[in-house]
Design a protein around this ligand. Structure first.
Ligand SMILES: Nc1ncnc2c1ncn2[C@@H]1O[C@H](COP(=O)(O)OP(=O)(O)OP(=O)(O)O)[C@@H](O)[C@H]1O
Ligand SMILES: [Mg+2]
Length: 223
């Protein structure tokens, strides 16, 4: 469901490192429940843009507004609970999958029911034994899904997804795709999904193509 009021406004964002322009004049808005794809050639700045939106990098020009407030004025901890970023190469920590999945609960001083964690694993095609597996034993695609499940323990308002299915087979890609679409639709979560393969993801509201050097072009609109 779409809402006309923007939850996120990217206003003329640029990012330069020394003499190199990585992003220039990137502007768009995102509404609650909107499902937006961001694509473009390798090195064009897609991950940099998501890191800026996640407040992990500061833009060198322009501003970003979340719920009408400049994110530079918001507490990063609070902001990152509302705007969660699933990174391109997920880093897991601790010893087991369980250590990772309980982390979002620990920072909120809560303890999850293990049955809920197992249900989450199974929803993403991972067996219940995965919960106690050592993170060093996981495949790339298993790591991607554990990292995503960790980020979905407490639902944010905006999900930033950076090529989160790149290591998955087609069946798992479709499953992740379905689950994320359901979140957007049923929980009104806005999704910004970076992918190289636009055909992999169905029913986007908007597909935005970043050009090298960062200026963006709206490619298609599939309501
Ligand atoms: N801290 C940095 N200093 C210098 N250059 C950087 C820095 N971070 C990123 N870059 C450069 O910025 C460009 C964009 O990088 P980015 O990771 O955003 O690309 P991408 O579009 O996500 O690529 P891919 O599709 O391969 O993941 C690249 O040329 C990269 O080398
Ligand atoms: Mg990238």
């Amino acid at each position: 469901m779409k809402d006309n009021s923007a939850i996120l406004t990217i206003a003329d964002v640029g990012y330069r490192v020394g003499d190199t322009t990585i992003l220039e004049n990137v502007s768009f808005t995102v509404s609650p429940g909107e499902f937006r794809l961001i694509t473009g050639p390798s090195g064009c700045g897609k991950s940099t843009l998501l890191k800026i939106i996640a407040s992990l990098l500061s833009p060198t020009s322009g501003r970003i507004f979340f719920d009408g407030k400049d994110i530079a004025t918001l507490s990063p901890e609070h902001y990152r609970q509302q705007v969660s970023y699933s990174v391109q190469t997920p880093a897991l920590f601790g010893e087991t999958v369980y250590d990772n999945l309980i982390f979002p609960w620990q920072i909120r001083h809560q303890t999850p029911d293990p049955a809920r964690l197992i249900a989450d694993l199974e929803r993403f095609g991972l067996s219940q034994e995965t919960l106690t597996k050592s993170v060093s034993e996981l495949s790339g695609g298993e790591k991607q899904r554990v990292s995503l499940i960790r980020n979905l323990q407490f639902l944010p308002k905006i999900l930033l997804l950076d090529e989160i299915t790149s290591a998955l087979d087609d069946v798992n890609k479709r499953n992740v795709n379905d689950i994320i679409h359901r979140y957007a639709k049923e929980q009104n979560i806005a999704v910004l999904w970076v992918t190289h393969d636009v055909s992999e993801i169905e029913h986007a509201d908007e597909v935005m193509r970043l050009q090298p050097q960062g200026s963006q072009k709206r490619e298609t609109h599939r309501g």
